[in-house]
Every structure is written in structure tokens, then in C-alpha cells.
Design a protein around this ligand. Sequence first.
Ligand SMILES: NC(=O)c1ccc[n+]([C@@H]2O[C@H](COP(=O)([O-])OP(=O)(O)OC[C@H]3O[C@@H](n4cnc5c(N)ncnc54)[C@H](OP(=O)(O)O)[C@@H]3O)[C@@H](O)[C@H]2O)c1
Length: 304
Amino acid sequence: MVSSFKSDLMKVLITGASGFVGTALTQKLIQKGYEVIGVSRNPMKQQDRQGLRWVTLGNAPETDAVIHLAGENVLGIWIESKKRRVYQSRIEGTRRLMETIHSWARKPTVLIGASAVGIYEDHGSEIIEENHGSDSEGGFLAQVCHDWESENRKAEKQGVRVVLTRIGLVMDPSDGMLGKQWRTMKCRVCLLPAKPADYLPWISLEDLVRLIIYSLENNQVQGAINATAPHPIQAQEWMDELDRYFKFWIKGFLPEFFLKPLGKEFCQVLYSSKRVVPRKLLDLGFEFSHSTWQKYLASLFPDS
Ligand SMILES: NC(=O)c1ccc[n+]([C@@H]2O[C@H](COP(=O)([O-])OP(=O)(O)OC[C@H]3O[C@@H](n4cnc5c(N)ncnc54)[C@H](OP(=O)(O)O)[C@@H]3O)[C@@H](O)[C@H]2O)c1
């Protein structure tokens, strides 16, 4: 068990702070008394507030810790130009971040880099822990994650503790996979692009934010960690549990050919089964607020 301690890390640089995860993370860190510097391509469009200031990467000041979330959203039609943006925003973006850190006289203590469960290929019902190994020879997304992690790891040579969060499908009614379907679900329709038996490596946004802060504050967290709930759920059960609250009139699984226009490789990612388990975090004693899909939904619908 790791004893959780309040570290003296107070100034944190976050790339992608304006995004879905970054916004929630920034709010929580400010609440906890951290000073946050948000990196954005458009800092003028973002709003400064107490505890939060926006800069471009070129103007980033030295900080105690760095959280690197930025990257082109993978959702969309995977034509070559989109794939190039997905890849380059992460690989070139991380290289630029490494150069920035290299130029600092005082290095950050820790770098927490986003990665994704996309590093693993479809493994059916086989349990995937961190020591499973990444599938660098796999498809496009696996290659992106593999190269992205390698670029982040270069900070280790500068004496920085590097944590690579292999993030699952982040769930919150505000955005992400659940949020994007929330309105349709309220109209009692749920059509999921998956096969019923596929395992979904999900995590609540709240738990993702908690585990990133845990990784920031605990120096025993190091290397790749699966950032997913301890109990991945099959798509059929995912939908059936939602049905108990929404009482769908129409529900079902979209056949793969409907999504073919998004690209064959993107479909392969959507229609894949990943039974990912966060072994390292569990062994360290990290406690998830929403360990099961049932518990998570119960927290969203407290009056039901
Ligand atoms: N959400 C999920 O379910 C999930 C799952 C697995 C992994 N992840 C990873 O976790 C990270 C954060 O996810 P998120 O959902 O918060 O992402 P997001 O909402 O798409 O935000 C990512 C941020 O990256 C910056 N960005 C966007 N396009 C960019 C580009 N072409 N070049 C450089 N920067 C760009 C944007 O900031 P500015 O416009 O302010 O520069 C944006 O706010 C991402 O890297 C994502 O791949 C997310």
C-alpha cells in the first residue's frame, strides 16, 4: 500500500487544459490549492481565473509538474489528413514539450502523459494488465500510442518521473462517449457502435481526475498505468444497465457497415473488445469511487 501524501508540488503545467478531461482536472487542482498554468494553442480564447493562467507552449514557465493531455481528437473520419493530425499533434507536440522541459534550469518532478487503451489490440475476453505489452505492430491507434509513450519517456533521461496513463473510454454526461449519447438517450434511444459481447474499458471522468492527481502526489506511481475502472463491462450489460434508468423505446447495436464511412481502421477500434484492468493502481491501493458501471450509474441517478 502506498501512503497518500500531500506533496509540495504546487505549480502544474497542463497541455490540453481546455479539453474535456483538462477542464475537469484543472477545476479539481485549483480547488485543492494548486496553481495551474494551462497550455493552449489559443490562450487568448481561454479565460484566466484565480489559480489559472493560460500560455502557449513557447511561453510556458518552469513548473513543478507537467500533465500532457493535448492532441487532435481521434473522433472523425480517418482520412489521411485526419490521421496525420492525430499522429503529429501527439508526436511532434510531445517533442516540443520535451524541448521546453530541456530548456528549464529546474526540471519538473513528474510528467504525467496521456496515452490510451488503444495501445492494446482486440483481445476478446482475455484480461489485459499493464504487463501485457503494447501492440506496436497493431493498427494505427496502437502505433500512435506506442510512439506517443516513447516520446514522453524521453523525459526520464532528464531525471523526471514519467507516468503514462492508458486512458479508457471516459464517461460523463457532459461529453465523451456517454455525453455524446446523453440527449438521444433522454429521447429513449440507444444505439451503440459495438458488438454485445465486447468488453468496454470505461472510467468515470471523476475517477480519471482523481487518479491523475493521485499519480501527481505519489512518487511510487511510475511508468504505464491502465486508467480504467477495475470492472470492464460487456457492451450488452452497459446498455441494459442504462436501460433501467432511461427505459429505452429503441435500443440495439449498430452493425459495423453503418460506420464504414468513418474508415476501416476506425471501425476496427470501435468494434474491438478490451478487458483492461488497472492492476498497478489496485496494487498501490488506489480506491476508485466508481469501480462498477452499476455504482457509477447509481451516482448519476441518486433519486432512482
Ligand atoms: N476522452 C476520452 O475518452 C479519452 C480516452 C483515451 C485517451 N484520451 C486522451 O486523453 C487526452 C485528453 O482527452 P480529452 O477527451 O480531454 O481531449 P479533447 O477534449 O479533445 O481535448 C484535447 C485538447 O488538445 C488540444 N488539441 C486539439 N487538437 C489539437 C491539435 N491538432 N494539436 C495540438 N493540440 C490540440 C486542444 O487544446 P487547445 O485547443 O486549447 O490547444 C484540446 O482542448 C487526449 O490526448 C486523448 O487522446 C481521451
